[in-house]
Design a binder for this molecule. Structure first.
Ligand SMILES: Cc1cc2nc3c(=O)[nH]c(=O)nc-3n(C[C@H](O)[C@H](O)[C@H](O)COP(=O)(O)O)c2cc1C
Ligand code: SF4
Length: 550
């Protein structure tokens, strides 16, 4: 069924795109009306139920979003920072209750107090200027620390477009096989969570026959606490775009799709401008620099759904389908966007490619530790004295990140949630044990993931955080498999009941529930949630046992 819909959607492709048109249909009121949904179903021959199913899935298209004017961030970082009650109080003086909605997360985790108004994001002290913001007075972009500890692969100075795109000349003078070989030598692994080597993906797509292929950049950075992809799109968009062009040259793809979360309006605008800039200079388009290779971009604005960060849900989303996770195999490199061979990579992964081409795979492989080569961007939240984005060589001790770069904590912290909602809950006494690389985190029972850090202050009850994680997963579940769809809701109910009544949870039942989610879920949303919960049970048993029987 979803394969057929993919074919159908592919008939109009990216030029007239159902998903984009759903977004346009919701612009005036904040939701897609029944009439618009029916008209789109007719236009795309998609069937009313399919269009309705898609439109009602997304936070910014569904009927509940109608009439919203301002959105408060409800992500984990703003939550543990405790900034949102004051923010809401202030917003209630300026907006009616029904005009205030929620977004998760705006990526302003370095200073919190985050909200979205009229196509722009605000944070920190901005709320104190809400009258001026409403009057349309321009506000500055947010600022945060950016520094490298080791080799600045991604945070190095930008030399200007002409100088930077000399690497495109270098790439086009090489054969796709030569570049593929360098990428394999580099050992570059996906930065979006799974750590899969990019060379294998590109090779698989390259070897799959097909006239039409796609490179998709996954810029749906939904992990609360993470804003490293936002940093790259807003401050180093050309590293991402050039990485995509080179990836296309290797795989034989002529179109790059940048799927950017709707919660990052500034990133969308800056990326679109960067594409216009390189188009003007002839670095994209037909027969680039006389090489015979053609490439162009499409930017897709997402509509508020965490699961669209999962690569197959993301592809369904672009096709205008309800973004449900697909069973693999077949893998996207064989049957991807519109059933065509497709490589999906994270923003940071793609942004490393130009450096590899410029300096060689061996130079990249020389940075880092073991199978974790290169550098990693780490996002530090507002609990650090120096919050910001830090680029560290893989293998850098976590204590260097926390103490030397982050400057330590502003107040007492008991745990750090590293790697997004599906990452591990790291108690502070593990800081000296871990280093920033895939293996160190995995061997110690955690997950490097996106390397985002959300702190849990000393006074924040771990049980409340577990409740939040279940609730988040229940809201974001795509519903395709029952361990996640039902398990997340049942988990939330159990924890909530233990918090709001004298009910005590049955430990065996609770363990069964998270084990079922872990081993029975189709993707890493339901399958990954148990990790931080198991960490919490292991390291914070003293605090949690009062909520269990016996
Ligand atoms: C629930 C869920 C959310 C995800 N969110 C993201 C995301 O926001 N960005 C991302 O790059 N990868 C995300 N991923 C991982 C992607 O499925 C995929 O592995 C990644 O985009 C591949 O790119 P990489 O190899 O460069 O990491 C997510 C996975 C899951 C299961
Ligand atoms: S684990 Fe959750 S999000 Fe993933 S496929 Fe199953 S229901 Fe969908």
């Amino acid at each position: 069924m979803s394969k057929n819909l993919g074919e159908l959607s592919g008939r109009k492709g990216l030029i007239e795109n159902l998903f984009e048109e759903l977004g346009v249909a919701a612009t005036a009121t904040g939701a897609v009306s029944k009439e618009s949904a029916e008209a789109l179903a007719q236009k795309f021959l998609f069937g009313k139920a399919n269009v309705y199913g898609a439109a009602t899935f997304y936070d910014f298209l569904r009927p509940e979003n109608k009439g919203k004017k301002v959105y408060v961030c409800n992500g984990s970082s703003c939550m543990t920072a405790g900034t949102q009650d004051r923010l809401l109080d202030k917003l209630h003086t300026e907006f009616k209750a029904e005009e205030i909605g929620e977004m998760c997360c705006l990526g302003r985790c370095h200073e919190n107090s985050s909200f979205h108004y009229n196509g722009r994001n605000y944070s920190g002290n901005d709320i104190d200027n809400i009258e001026a913001i409403k009057d349309g007075k321009p506000q500055e972009m947010d600022k945060y620390n950016v520094a490298a500890y080791g080799t600045p692969v991604l945070t190095c100075d930008f030399p200007g477009i002409d100088e930077f795109y000399k690497t495109l000349n270098t790439a086009l003078a090489l054969s796709p096989d030569d570049i593929l070989n360098q990428l394999k030598i580099s050992g570059l692994r996906g930065r979006g969570g799974a750590g899969f080597p990019i060379g294998f993906k590109l090779e698989s797509c390259k070897n799959t026959p097909g006239e039409i292929k796609f490179i998709v950049c996954n810029a749906d950075e939904g992990d609360p606490g993470a804003y490293s992809d936002r940093y790259l799109l807003e401050h180093r968009p050309h590293a991402v775009l050039l990485g995509m062009i080179i990836a296309g040259y290797v795989a034989g793809a002529n179109t790059g799709v940048v799927y950017i979360r709707g919660e990052y309006p500034e990133a969308i605008a800056i990326t679109e401008q960067a594409i216009r800039d390189i188009k003007e200079k002839g670095f994209i388009g037909e027969n680039i620099l006389g090489s015979g290779f053609s490439y162009d971009f499409k930017v897709i604005k997402a509509q508020g759904a965490y699961i669209c960060g999962e690569e197959t849900a993301l592809l369904s989303s672009i096709e205008g389908q309800r973004p449900e996770v697909r069973v693999r195999p077949p893998y996207p490199t064989q049957h991807g966007l519109f059933n065509k061979p497709t490589v999906v990579n994270n923003v940071e992964t793609l942004a490393c490619i130009p450096w590899v081409v410029q300096h060689g795979g061996a130079a990249f492989a020389a940075i880092g530790r073991g199978k974790s080569t290169g550098t990693k961007l780490v996002s530090l939240d507002g609990f650090f004295n120096n919050p910001g984005i830090y680029e560290v060589d893989m293998g850098t001790p976590l204590s260097v990140v926390v103490n030397d770069l982050g400057g330590g904590f502003k107040s007492a912290i008991k745990a750090m949630h590293i790697g997004g909602p599906l990452g591990g809950l790291v108690p502070v006494d593990k800081i000296d044990t871990l280093s920033v690389d895939f293996e160190s985190f995995a061997q110690n029972g955690f997950l490097l993931g996106h390397a985002s850090v959300v702190c849990l202050p000393e006074g924040y009850p771990v049980i409340k955080y577990i409740e939040h994680l279940f609730q988040f997963t229940a809201h974001e579940s795509c519903g395709k498999c029952f361990p996640c769809r039902l398990g997340s809701t049942r988990g939330y109910e159990m924890v909530n009941k233990s918090l709001t009544s004298d009910y005590k949870m049955d430990r065996e039942l609770f363990t069964d529930l998270i084990t079922t989610m872990e081993i029975g879920s189709l993707c890493a949303l339901g399958g990954g949630l148990p990790l931080p919960i198991k960490n919490a049970l292991k390291y914070f048993d003293g605090e949690l046992k009062q909520y269990f029987e016996g």
